[in-house]
Design a binder for this molecule. Structure first.
Ligand code: FAQ
Length: 329
């Protein structure tokens, strides 16, 4: 439907797309159906652009903020080798943010505007990074299971429709798979260690499990963006499908280590082929993603401090660059 034409009030997508040129829209959707990649200069519906900016920007912010819980452990990592490995991981996460901010910039939002929206609290970032990393075992659980969750999500979406985002995701997934191996190694070390080490990793797993279940987003019944994002192949699987995939891949590995998960209803249902579990607390999820988690204020305060205190470096670098710009004749 275009312009003032009749719109079925139950068709959410039709209402959103009512102002688009129907011929261009049809050509665009045919390209998506055919599996073509959309590139920055191509025609795209306004909603496609808006949704991609939202999602890629949130993803970039998640990498920046995601570096903080683990980053606080660099100086306390047990041993030089682990310090080096953790430093490399944190550095990788910041590199992912760079790639993702660049991908989002191709859609017309400046990096400065994105950073401002992060530090003002306007933009969201992943729920999981609003919880504290209380012990060394927390960093092991983050690196294993949160990176694993990120790979499930990003491997699927790297086959999606927007070229710059997909290319960034491919590279990110390769690096995340090193993180996953590093995290798994740390979890195995603790889980097969002394009783104190086992207790420490069990405690971390118990605390991180509910945020990890939230990580894939609200259940499909209440997810607001999945339908349109899947129609346009930005998301290649629904939130529930990704959660199920993660459970299938990692719950058996967790149980094999003799660790337990804090959900007595968690079981593979052989008749449906899916995992049954206690419905995550979506009220807690909403509170956390809207600023009310245990560490939201601290995380944003650190970023604000970093922005404020790094201004002189940016100024110095830009002036240095300006010195080498040769004026055009
Ligand atoms: N956290 O309609 P849906 C990483 C919001 S990278 C916070 O289902 P959608 C690497 C959502 O924005 C981790 N908010 O949303 C690392 C929306 O709110 P809005 C990040 C969430 O977009 C590892 C509302 O709920 N990965 O971990 C979350 O279709 C270790 C309704 O939800 C990505 O960003 C959440 N978990 O699906 C770094 C991947 N879930 O905007 C350091 C790309 C939902 O309307 C250490 N993103 N919301 O106000 C995606 O795939 C999707 O955006 C989903 C959510 C699947 C996250």
């Amino acid at each position: 439907m275009y312009g003032n034409a009749y719109i079925d009030p139950n068709d959410k997508a039709a209402a959103i797309l009512a102002d688009e040129d129907p011929i261009q829209l049809e050509a665009f959707e045919t390209r998506i159906r055919n599996g073509d990649k959309v590139e920055p200069r191509d025609w795209m519906p306004r909603e496609y652009r808006k949704q991609l900016i939202r999602m890629i920007e949130q993803h970039a912010h998640s990498e920046v903020i995601g570096a903080l819980p683990e980053g606080t452990w660099i100086t306390r990592a047990p041993g030089f080798r682990r310090k080096l490995a953790l430093m490399a991981k944190v550095q990788d996460e910041m590199g992912h943010a760079q790639l993702l901010y660049s991908a989002a910039e191709t859609l017309g939002k400046t990096r400065e505007a994105m950073i401002n929206d992060l530090i003002s609290g306007k933009s969201k970032y992943s729920n999981v990074f609003n919880y504290p990393a209380k012990t060394w075992a927390d960093t092991a659980v983050i690196a294993w299971l949160i990176d694993a969750g990120a790979i499930v999500n990003q491997l699927a979406n790297s086959k999606g429709s927007y070229g710059p985002y997909c290319r960034a995701l491919e590279r990110i997934c390769i690096e995340e798979s090193f993180h996953l191996k590093y995290g798994h190694d740390n979890v195995v070390y603790l889980a097969t260690g002394t009783p104190t080490q086992r207790a420490m990793v069990q405690d971390a797993l118990t605390r991180w499990w509910p945020p990890i279940m939230h990580f894939f987003g609200p259940s499909d019944k209440i997810s607001s963006h999945t339908e349109i994002l899947m129609r346009w192949k930005v998301k290649m699987a629904s939130n529930d499908d990704m959660r199920q995939q993660f459970l299938s891949m990692y719950v058996p590995k967790i149980w094999d280590l003799g660790l337990s998960l804090p959900d007595e209803n968690l079981i593979k249902n052989e008749s449906t082929g899916k995992w049954d579990f206690t419905e995550p607390d979506w009220e807690e999820f909403k509170r956390v993603i809207n600023g009310g988690g245990p560490c939201n204020a601290e995380r944003l305060a650190v970023r604000r401090y970093a922005e404020e205190n790094a201004k002189w470096i940016k100024r110095a670098l830009l002036q240095q660059e300006a010195k080498y710009v040769v004026p055009l004749a």
